[in-house]
Write a protein that binds this ligand. Structure first.
Ligand code: COA
Length: 176
């Protein structure tokens, strides 16, 4: 075991503001993060992900030494169709490639399928993010589709994969 998930606290704000203003990290994330982001806006975001928000469940990723290293969440939760969109970031590039991301994804999948009883978790990942694609494939996600020229960066357009994992596939992977 390398990481645990916990709720975000107000004291985490400085770290979050740093991550979302680090281009090495945000280049792989949603286009809402292309602009510099203020503490005030990030505070509003922190307030918005309170446990009373039934559309989003976002958690802090901490190491066993209790160091805050990132965030992982389920977004656009649809309780009728029992599906949600996964998002993750390890906020310090120096901590990439140490197995933290894969374990954090497995932990949120456990919450999604075993606690929330979702049937489908999906995500969007840029084609030029092989590290993230590897993590999702290791965790059982399949590529389901390709959105052509979906993302603009560095004066050019690139493709985005949709990846998905169903509860039945998740449960089978536990048997192995
Ligand atoms: C994507 C992210 C969450 C992954 O977390 P991580 O802790 O770095 O991932 P892990 O260490 O668990 O696993 C990385 C895997 O990718 C592999 N990898 C690394 N670079 C790679 C590359 N260029 N091509 C293919 N595989 C690569 C590693 O070898 C490892 O696989 P392995 O365990 O089979 O050896 C993290 O890198 C991150 O936050 N990146 C920036 C934000 C981001 O991309 N978020 C996802 C948006 S969809």
């Amino acid at each position: 075991m390398k990481v645990q998930l916990r709720a975000f606290e107000k004291e985490d704000l400085d770290a979050i503001v740093k991550w979302v203003n680090t281009e090495a990290v945000t280049q792989y994330l949603s286009d809402s993060l292309i602009y510099p982001i203020s503490r005030a806006d990030e505070m509003k975001w922190l307030d918005s992900i309170a446990i009373s928000n039934h559309r989003e469940k976002v958690f802090a990723i901490v190491t066993l030494e209790n160091e805050l290293i990132g965030s992982v969440g389920l977004h656009n939760i649809n309780w009728v169709e029992r599906k949600a969109e996964l998002g993750i970031m390890i906020g310090e590039p120096g901590l990439w490639g140490k197995g933290y991301g894969s374990e954090a994804v497995r932990r949120i999948l456990r919450i999604a399928f075993e606690k929330m009883n979702l049937n489908r978790v999906y995500l969007r990942v840029f084609e030029n993010n092989p590290r993230a694609i590897r993590v999702y494939e290791k965790c059982g996600f399949q590529k389901e589709g390709l959105l052509r020229q979906d993302h603009y960066s560095g004066h050019s357009y690139s493709n985005t994969f949709i990846m998905g994992l169903l509860k039945e596939e998740y449960l089978k992977s536990l048997d192995r």
